[in-house]
Every structure is written in structure tokens, then in C-alpha cells.
Design a protein around this ligand. Structure first.
Ligand SMILES: Nc1nc2c(ncn2[C@@H]2O[C@H](COP(=O)(O)OP(=O)(O)O)[C@@H](O)[C@H]2O)c(=O)[nH]1
Ligand SMILES: [Mg+2]
Length: 371
């Protein structure tokens, strides 16, 4: 969907207002379902946690029961199917011919030791789904460390492991050698890219929205998705007649801005709920705490109103035209649109900057830890 065109058509009266709302709802309601299979202890839970950048699945415990577990993080749903071995679970219960269609991607997780049962699991999975299976080999950090310890060249480690996997599973699938402890390294980012290829446009956006961005490329992608959303929210603001008058003291309905800003904060994992959880595990520096507190404020009504009061007075017709060339001549819709867009862009910029700071120094020590 060309969101920019949609918004332009709406603003010039060529398309109905509810198309904007529909598109936004469509994106909001989308779900991505990823099935993860593999023996206990291979790193499935850790992989889920690394993908979303938070601890949703408990790792490091031996799974004694074969029970599927579902984790839903902002619409990105992981189904952990701890099968393998001699049991026919999860196929009979979870991956029969009908239910296979429920999943958007299939991931087989393996670690150092590949057993005959892993190969059987793979064959059966391939046969049942008829789809590409991503094979993720975890704990690469340990292999590298061992190689270094043994005086072997770490550069040889990945090609060797790949060869070994190819000799077992065949060459017709994708292998990703990852460390769940370093999701910014090795094949982890490439694994995320390759998952995206399995999704349609809406699910692609959803995955990018809900997954943690560790690399520069991932941040660039997040920005693209966030900017498209801001455009839609700005259209919604115009639809709803959000029209702050420059200089006036009254601000009417800011509900859409609150919603937009909270969406952006969630997209960058800088929302209050996420940060509170993170803080329990990783202390932030006091500078980071100040930064996060400032960003979280953007999701509140009071802060938005004060920001609008300051900004609306400053915005001239010319500035509105600059921000939104397509609505330059439509002053009434333009003001609400332009202000929303300006605020969204501003928050995206700040969140991106904060993400870069956090990625650069994720575990720095600190004292003052409250939001
Ligand atoms: N060093 C290292 N340890 C890992 C990695 N992935 C998982 N682990 C550890 O291996 C253990 C089993 O992982 P877990 O995610 O619980 O596996 P699951 O049983 O498949 O869900 C835990 O102690 C994890 O911390 C990895 O990529 N590198
Ligand atoms: Mg687990």
C-alpha cells in the first residue's frame, strides 16, 4: 500500500476518509505467527527473547512437559513447540494440514549436537508444511570462544559449522548461525531479514514494529514503518478535524496524537511498560533514565497539549506547506495534519537517537532508576 498516495488522495478529496482509518486498523490488527521447533535446551526461549528484545519466555529451564507455549509481543506471536525425539508432538496436535496454514514462518532451532531426531523433525516439518524451514544454529558465541581458546582461527568457525549443517540437512534451506547473547552479530540480523521475506507487506510492517532493532539497517527499517504510520495518523487527525488554531489557547482533541506517540514509543521499545520491565534486568545510566523519562512524556496528553501550544503558535502557513507539500493549499486540514506529522517525525528522530545510545551502551551501571 502506498500510504503517501492514500493520504494525498484523501486530502485532495479523491478518496474517502474511512480508507485511512481502515488502513490504520488493518495494520494494527495484523498478526505474525512464527512456529519454533527444536529440542529442549537448544535456545528457543532465548531466541524469542532476543528477537523482541525483552524477556518474555523463560530460558534456562529444562522443559519437562511437552506443552506448546504462545508468546504475543505487540502482535508478533511465537509458538514454542518443544518437540523432537520420539514423540509425534507437535505434528498431530499443532501442525496438521489445516493448522500449518496458521503460521507465517517455521524455524527449527538446533545447537551443537545434531541428533537423528532433529533430522527427522526437519523432514517431517518440510513434508507437512511444504514451506521453507529456517534452521537456526544457536550458541555460536561459545564455538567462537572455544576456537580462540584452542588457538584456532575464529574466521573458520562459521564456514565449518555451515558445512556440517549442510552435510546433515542438505543445502536446500537457509542456515543462520546466531548467538542469542549477541543479536547484533553473526547471522542474527540476516536471519531477521530472511524471515521478512516470508511475510506479506502488512506482516512485514508488524514484524519490524514488534522486533527489537539492533543494527543500523534495522533502525532504518523501523523508521520507514514508523513514518508510514505517522502519515496515516496525520491523515486521521485531519479526518477528525483536529485543527489547533495558531496562537489560540484551546486545544481540542488530542487523542489521536496520544495514540500515535504511544505507538511510536512502543515501536522503539521506549514505552513506559517496556522500560519498567527492562529496568529490572539492566540498570540504565542516569543520563539514559532522564532521556527515557523525557520520551515517555510524549505519550501523555498533558505533555502533548503543552507541546502543541508552543509549536502551533510558531508554525506559519509557509512552514505547514514545507512540511506537507500536498496540503499546502488546504489550510484547515493542513494545520492538524502538519502538526501531527511534525510531532510524529520529531518523536521518531528522538527515539532513534535514544535507541542508538542504548544499543551502544546497553549495560552501563547507574543509580537513580525510576520512571
Ligand atoms: N552462550 C549462549 N547461550 C545460549 C544461547 N542460546 C541459549 N543459551 C542458553 O542455553 C540454555 C537453554 O536455552 P533456552 O532458551 O532455555 O532453550 P529452550 O529449552 O530451547 O527454550 C539457557 O541457559 C540459555 O541462556 C546462545 O546463543 N549463546
Ligand atoms: Mg524454552
Amino acid at each position: 500500500m502506498d500510504v503517501f498516495r492514500l493520504v494525498r488522495e484523501f486530502l485532495t478529496g479523491e478518496t474517502a476518509a474511512d480508507r485511512i482509518e481502515e488502513e490504520l486498523r488493518h495494520l494494527d490488527n495484523a498478526e505474525v505467527r512464527i512456529a519454533l521447533l527444536g529440542r529442549s535446551g537448544t535456545g528457543k526461549s532465548s531466541l524469542i527473547n532476543a528477537l523482541v528484545g525483552e524477556r518474555v519466555a523463560v530460558s534456562g529451564v529444562v522443559e519437562t512437559t511437552l506443552k506448546a507455549q504462545e508468546f504475543n509481543v505487540n502482535g508478533l506471536i511465537f509458538v514454542d513447540l518443544p518437540g523432537g525425539g520420539t514423540t509425534r508432538f507437535p505434528f498431530d496436535e499443532y501442525l496438521d494440514t489445516v493448522k500449518v496454514a496458521l503460521y507465517d514462518a517455521f524455524v527449527l532451532v538446533v545447537s551443537k549436537r545434531i541428533l537423528e531426531s532433529d533430522l527427522d523433525l526437519y523432514e517431517e516439518l518440510k513434508r507437512r508444511t511444504g514451506k521453507r524451514i529456517h534452521i537456526v544454529r544457536t550458541m555460536i558465541d561459545q564455538d567462537i570462544e572455544n576456537a580462540q581458546h584452542d588457538g584456532l582461527s575464529p574466521e573458520l568457525v562459521l564456514p565449518r559449522i555451515r558445512q556440517d549443517l549442510e552435510s546433515k540437512f542438505g543445502v536446500s534451506t537457509g542456515y543462520w548461525m546466531v548467538s542469542n547473547r549477541h543479536p547484533e552479530k553473526y547471522d542474527f540480523p540476516a536471519f531477521c531479514d530472511s524471515l521478512l521475506e516470508d511475510f506479506d507487506e502488512v506482516r512485514r510492517d508488524k514484524f519490524i514494529f514488534a522486533a527489537q532493532a539492533y543494527t543500523n539497517e534495522q533502525l532504518i527499517r523501523k523508521r520507514e514503518v514508523a513514518e508510514r504510520h505517522v502519515l496515516l495518523f496525520s491523515g486521521m487527525a485531519a479526518v477528525n478535524g483536529f485543527n489547533p488554531i495558531p496562537g489560540a489557547d484551546v486545544v481540542t482533541d488530542v487523542a489521536i496524537l496520544v495514540k500515535m506517540n504511544q505507538w511510536i514509543l512502543r515501536c522503539y521499545k521506549l514505552d513506559e511498560e517496556h522500560m519498567k520491565k527492562q529496568l529490572k534486568r539492566h540498570p540504565l545510566s542516569s543520563a539514559q533514565v532522564t532521556l527515557v523519562n523525557r520520551l515517555i512524556a510524549y505519550g501523555t496528553r498533558e505533555f502533548i497539549i503543552s507541546l502543541i501550544k508552543r509549536q502551533a503558535g510558531r508554525m506559519t502557513g509557509k512552514e505547514i506547506a514545507k512540511w506537507v507539500p500536498v496540503v499546502g493549499q488546504m489550510a484547515s486540514a493542513g494545520m492538524g495534519f502538519a502538526l501531527t506529522r511534525w510531532m510524529g517525525q520529531d518523536l521518531i528522530n528522538q527515539c532513534e537517537k535514544a535507541s542508538r545510545t542504548m544499543n551502544a551502551a546497553p549495560h552501563s551501571k547507574s543509580h537513580n532508576q525510576s520512571f
